[in-house]
Ligand binder design. Structure first.
Ligand SMILES: [Zn+2]
Length: 55
C-alpha cells in the first residue's frame, strides 16, 4: 500500500492503547483552528476515540 501522510490518521486508543488508524475513522471534523480531526472506533475495545488529539 502507498502511504499518504496527509490522509493517515494514526494514534493510540486512550482506553486500551490499541493502535487506531484511518481505516477505523467514522467521523471527520475540523477543529476551531482549522486542523482536520477525526473520531474513530477502536478496533479492540470499540470505544470512540480521537487518536489525533490524544497524542
Ligand atoms: Zn480501545
Amino acid at each position: 500500500m502507498t502511504p499518504n501522510d496527509s490522509e493517515t490518521v494514526r494514534g493510540d486508543c486512550s482506553f486500551c492503547g490499541e493502535t487506531v488508524t484511518r481505516q477505523h475513522a467514522i467521523i471527520h471534523y475540523e477543529t476551531a483552528s482549522g486542523e482536520p480531526g477525526v473520531w474513530a472506533e477502536c478496533p479492540d475495545c470499540g470505544e470512540i476515540v480521537d487518536p489525533v488529539n490524544a497524542q
